[in-house]
Design a protein around this ligand. Sequence first.
Ligand code: GAP
Length: 434
Amino acid sequence: MSNSVTLEKLTALCKRRGFIYQTADIYGGLNGVYDTGPLGTLLKRNIRKAWIKSIEATGYDILFIEGALLGPEAVWDASGHTAEFQDPMIDCTSCKHRYREDDIDSSKPCPHCGNTAWTDVRQFNLMFKTQVGAAADASSIAYLRPETAQSIFVNFKNVMSSNRVKIPFGIAQIGKAFRNEITPKQFLFRMREFEQMEMEWFCKEKNAAEYFKKWCDIRREFYNTIGINPENLRLRVHEADELSHYSSATSDVEYHFPFGWKELEGVANRGNFDLSQHIKHSGKDLSVYDDDTKSSYVPHVIETSVGTDRLFLTILFDSYHEEEVEGDTRVALKLSPQLAPYIAAFMPLSKKLSEPVLKLYQDLKKKGYAVQFDESGSIGKRYRRQDEIGTPLCFTYDFDSEQDSSVTVRNRDTMAQERISIDKVEQYIIDTLG
Ligand code: GAP
């Protein structure tokens, strides 16, 4: 991350280049809810791919599911969310501004209007409640899931019995979660609708501490492989008084955002809290038979949980670079090639030269390469545009190309240019970007 990056600059870049839009902005938007534009969709897809790859590269037995977004109240009673998933809320009675009580010092004046006239602190449950079907009775109450994890726990037995897996094994999931945050803020950092990438690792109690450490290492390594600057990352162990109601040990992977060190991912030893609660509330047997001890037990769980959108924001912050070039400010997203929305752009120097370079671009696109054809504006402007969206390589076809069957390739990070033969373009991409 370069020192010059701010949340405002990133938000503007995201809108300008089509990464992220405020939801329904033509109607004034919806606070804490965003739509993903074409470039953001490509970047998110690559983030998910990298996460799945890192899970699969462990060589462990890990199965993927896609749980429903809606769940009956009983699930959230069992998980503790109806009783405990709440934040303290306080209002200024003068300007009506609302705050999370732990975000401000209520012995001091309101940061918005300067008056000191506070309401009492109330607990606010963060789940979105709704009603399923036409009958508005207690049995119709449902909630949008506040975490994807519970879909995994309620399906634990289904997955185990239909897939013949044995403890230890994992269930992973990428999907939406919803939290009615009192004060959504910092763009994609705290949203009301967001995506999580979670993995629950089921194991015997005696192995849980060792797996907890292993998963902390695996997750820490993931950030190296996607090119996050290690100086901006740290693993922080939770103090006993910080632990969630379900956790006996938690470590956060934290990132150094411009607004401070903040949680990016949580790794938690959830014990057998969730499965035990679901056994108690559903009356179903979710225990596992141990052939060694000839007895049944409830598996313990190590969880890894990261928000796709929070990681998206992290990647943008980390890759953002600004530098002075010939009196102008150049902005480049120095994204790892595995994450970049496009790995290469193909440009004719003049529109008269479009045909051969269009063919080159289309051939590579048909082979599955994420490439872009860019023919509008001066070549300098096109380079700047590709730098800003993180395209590692630009290939330019010029008037000499017709004679020497070569193109100029420009590197996003160094801006160095070299001439290569057109029939070597594909190999050049493979050799340079891997
Ligand atoms: N299942 C455990 C769980 O949900 P969490 O710490 O509440 O734990 C896990 O959330 C991750 O989900 C966080 O580390 C963060 O990356 C992401 N996340 C949580 N709340 C979020 C929000 N309001 N907006 C964006 N991402 C969020």
